[in-house]
Design a protein. Structure first.
Length: 182
C-alpha cells in the first residue's frame, strides 16, 4: 500500500496560484486543484469547501502579502504613504500577474467580499486625508496606480510597460511634492 499524499492549506494555495498563472482563473476548479496537488477532491474540500473559498483564501493571502510589502508605517504623510504604495505595487509585480488579478472579478461578485474590499479602500483613503496640495497629489497618484492595476488586468503589461508607467506616476508625485528619491 502506497503512502497517502498530504498537502498543507498553503501548499494547495500555491498549486491554485500556479493553475491560475498557467491557465487562467476559469481553470481553477476543485478537480484541477486536486489533480495538481496529487490528492482527492475530498482532500481539497477538507481545506476549502468550494471554489469561492479557494478564491477568497487566495485574495486574503495576496492582501496579507501586499500589506506586508506596504509596511506597518503609521506616519500621517500621505505622499510618503503613496510612495511606499508604489514601491509595494512594483515589488508585487511578478507575484501578482494579470491572470491572478482576474480572480478579483469572481471574488467581488459576493457582496460580503465587495464590502471587505470597500472597507480596505476606505482605510487607504483615511490615510490620504487632507485638503492641502500634497494630500491631493497623493490621492491622484494613488488613483493612477490603482488605474494601472486595473489596466494590467486587461493586458496592458504585454510589452512590459507597466513598471515604466509606475515610474512616471512616482516621478510626477515627487515633482509635485518636492520629495527627492530616498
Amino acid at each position: 500500500m502506497g503512502r497517502t499524499p498530504t498537502i498543507s492549506r498553503d501548499g494547495l494555495l500555491d498549486a491554485a496560484e500556479e493553475i491560475v498563472r498557467s491557465h487562467g482563473g476559469n481553470a481553477l476548479t476543485i478537480g484541477a486543484l486536486a489533480q495538481a496537488a496529487g490528492i482527492s477532491k475530498g482532500g481539497v474540500q477538507y481545506s476549502f469547501a468550494s471554489k469561492d473559498a479557494i478564491i477568497r483564501a487566495l485574495i486574503e493571502r495576496w492582501t496579507r502579502q501586499f500589506d506586508a510589502l506596504l509596511g506597518d508605517h503609521l506616519e500621517q504623510d500621505p505622499v510618503r504613504f503613496v510612495l511606499r504604495y508604489i514601491t509595494a505595487t512594483r515589488a508585487s509585480n511578478e507575484a501578482m500577474n494579470a491572470k491572478m488579478a482576474a480572480l478579483l472579478v469572481s471574488y467581488l461578485e459576493d457582496p460580503a467580499n465587495l464590502q471587505e474590499t470597500r472597507d480596505w479602500y476606505h482605510s487607504i483613503f483615511a490615510r490620504l486625508n487632507g485638503n492641502g496640495p500634497e494630500a491631493r497629489a497623493a490621492r491622484v497618484a494613488f488613483l493612477a496606480v490603482e488605474g494601472l492595476f486595473l489596466m494590467r488586468i486587461n493586458g496592458i503589461d504585454w510589452d512590459g510597460s507597466w513598471t515604466g508607467l509606475l515610474d512616471d506616476v512616482e516621478a510626477v508625485l515627487r515633482t509635485l511634492t518636492d520629495i527627492e528619491s530616498e
